[in-house]
Design a protein around this ligand. Structure first.
Ligand SMILES: Cc1cc2nc3c(=O)[nH]c(=O)nc-3n(C[C@H](O)[C@H](O)[C@H](O)COP(=O)(O)O)c2cc1C
Length: 201
């Protein structure tokens, strides 16, 4: 049986669809199996931000220009999917982008769909859960929920690109955030110039 690394990636309805597409592309190219799912709001944001008309009931990874059979898609309503179980062997889960609504439901253990259930499982199994929220400004409700997520064991990694690698393109800004996520997953990457490495200017 194949023992390749498996990561769960949920796309929810916050702004940041370009990050999501890039993460799937890089993970698949790195030989990591991706168990992908998305909320209907996530699909709506794909349309608004990338012009991708996705059906959350049956998403085709080729819409992300990913041909690899390393990407398996799960319907968000399918709470009986493999990734909904604690016995599933994923090493980590990323919610990218992560809406404040999904943060709220995860920290309150709502588990009303596959995304929330899979996140609940990662927390109870003490496995890595990386939430990449995006909202501004943040209300006290958002801040309390993000603190609760951290206290429950999740890594809160806001979609906040830095500028010290001197990006000149949108792709470089996207790669900054994706690199931070890959670092959390322990997936080696060289998408951006690292701080302290030969700036050359
Ligand atoms: C184009 C667009 C952009 C949005 N951006 C954000 C955002 O950055 N952060 C956020 O928390 N919600 C954002 N929303 C609202 C969420 O999509 C909405 O709260 C939704 O119910 C979240 O559902 P989900 O958590 O099931 O994906 C956005 C919605 C749309 C249509």
């Amino acid at each position: 049986m194949s023992r390749e690394r498996a990561v769960i990636h949920a796309i929810t309805g916050a702004s940041g669809a370009p990050y999501a597409r890039r993460l799937v592309q890089v993970l698949a190219a790195s030989g990591v199996r991706v168990h992908l799912t998305m909320s209907s709001a996530g699909a709506r944001v794909l349309l608004e931000e990338l012009g991708i008309r996705a059906d959350p009931a049956q998403f085709d990874p080729r819409l992300f220009d990913v041909e690899s059979d390393l990407v398996t898609y799960h319907r968000p309503e399918d709470v009986g999917a493999s990734i909904a179980s604690g016995s599933f062997g994923a090493s980590a889960m990323v919610v990218l982008p992560c809406s404040m609504g999904t943060v709220a439901r995860i920290v309150h253990g709502v588990s009303s769909n596959l995304i929330e259930r899979a996140a609940d499982v990662m927390l109870k199994e003490r496995k890595k859960l990386v939430l990449v929220p995006r909202e501004t400004p943040l209300s006290s409700i958002h801040l309390k929920n993000l603190l609760a997520a951290t206290r429950a064991g999740a890594v809160v990694l806001p979609a906040m690109p830095g500028f010290y690698h001197r990006p000149t393109t949108l792709e470089e800004l996207v790669d900054f955030v994706v690199t931070k996520v890959l670092d959390q997953l322990g997936v080696p990457s060289d998408l951006i110039r690292r701080w302290g490495k030969a700036p050359g200017r």
